[in-house]
Each structure stands twice: as C-alpha cells, then as structure tokens.
Design a protein around this ligand. Sequence first.
Ligand SMILES: O=C(O)CCC(=O)C(=O)O
Length: 271
Amino acid sequence: MFVDTKFDETVGAQLNENGVVLLKQILPDIIMTSVRDEYDALNPQLTRTDIATDRPLVVLWKHVVGEQKRIGYFDEFLSLWQLITGHIVPTLRKQLPEKTERLQLLETIIFDKPGKISNTLNWHQDVAYFPLNPNNQLAVWIPFEIVTAERGAMNYALGSHKLGMRGSTNLHTREKFDNEDRELIPEDPRSIGLDVVCMEMTPNDMLVHDGFTWHYTGPNTVEGHTRRGLSVRFITDKAVFAPRPGQGAAFTKQIALEPGQVLEGKPFPLL
Ligand SMILES: O=C(O)CCC(=O)C(=O)O
C-alpha cells in the first residue's frame, strides 16, 4: 500500500528551518476510522502495565494526574500497525527522502486528554528522555479528532531544534529530575525570542517534528469531548545505549543492553 501524494520539496525545508512541519489532508478517513474504532474497543478493557521485551509497545497514557501508563501490543491493534507501515512510513519516505533512509521504530504512544479533567503536558524535547547516542529522532503526531487550542492541540517553539540538548523534567509538574544538570527549556520560549505556533488539525493531518524541537500541549477544556493524539517515534541513525538520569520513557524498560551496545532487536524493528 502507498500514499498517493506528490513530493513537495518545501516539506523538508520547513522541517529543517522550524523543526516541525504540518502535512495537511494526507491520511484517508478509512484508516483513521479503523484506528479509532479499534482503540475504542481496546481502551476500556486494557489494564496491563507490565512491559514485554520481545515486541514493540503501544503505550496508552491518559493525561490526568495519577494515571498510570497502560501497555498494548500491535497484535491487538492491527489497524495501527497498518497506519504506521502503510501510511506513515511511506509518507515520511516520500516527503523526507534524505532523512528517512533508516527508520527504526522506537515507541508508539496514544495520549488521551479527556475534556475538563486533563492537564498540561509541559514544554519538553523528546530526545532529552532517550538514552541513545546519537539521539536523532523523527516523531509523527496525529489526532483522532479535530484539535484546536482549547482542545489540546500541539504547540511548538519554532527553530528550537537548533538549540541543542535540554534537561528533562516531570512533564506534568515541570519538576527537574534528580541529577539532571542540563539547561532546562524556559517556562515560555517566547521570552528568548522564539515564535510559538499552535497546530490546529483534523485527523487527516499529520505533524512531523525533529526530536530536538520543544513542544507542549495545554489541557482539553471542552466538556464532553476527549482528545486522543497518536505519537510514533522513529530513530533515524544506528544508535547505542547511553543511559543518564531522567530518562524514564516506557521503551527504556525494553532495553537489556550494556552502555555502548547498539539498540536493536524485536521491540525496535527497522521499517
Ligand atoms: O499528545 C500530547 O498531548 C503530547 C504529545 C507529545 O508531547 C509528544 O508526542 O511528544
């Protein structure tokens, strides 16, 4: 299966310049409807929190204080695997050929922000949470419903990917992790002259961001309206395990390597 879009050279240029690019109207309704339906069937019954080390994870994470991440797998979420392999990966390869020669699946997360009770996911940079060297990630983000500023859309600090590695903090409280000695992202990136954009989207749209780009989502303030966001992260270079404090992403529990060993194996397939 392939995605029938034309190559657009401005996509790569925008990603290089801003650290993020929004691809509009790229995903067919039929696949997004299947993914949403399968999520709706799986979500109420999924209670598993332990993490297998022999296959890729699908993390379900509700943005409500005190909620634990729940763990699913692609054999119970086949439409999501089809979305990734049949739509996301071909689109990335077509629009960003220079950056996608090597795409290794790192993790897949569905962030749920229920109306009124969800909270802010503070400014962060994905790679700050990854124990990898080199630490080059491309992430894709797709909403399951229309997102607006009031409904927990993604906000990005344009050009922040050029400012290097920052420290990791608790995403809900902004509290610095123990032994974190790297410079933190400022509370408001506008204070250092960066422009911030809010990406309002439909489920046919797809964001692509560099792993160094700063981003956050506000609460979903609309009663009776939930907001699901799918994030799929790819490593674009062969990387070795390089642990340091403050790197608690769920996939790190799938790594049984000594520092300096190459990240490879069944949880992290090459696509
Ligand atoms: O979906 C969200 O609210 C946040 C997603 C995010 O920050 C990420 O994918 O890194």
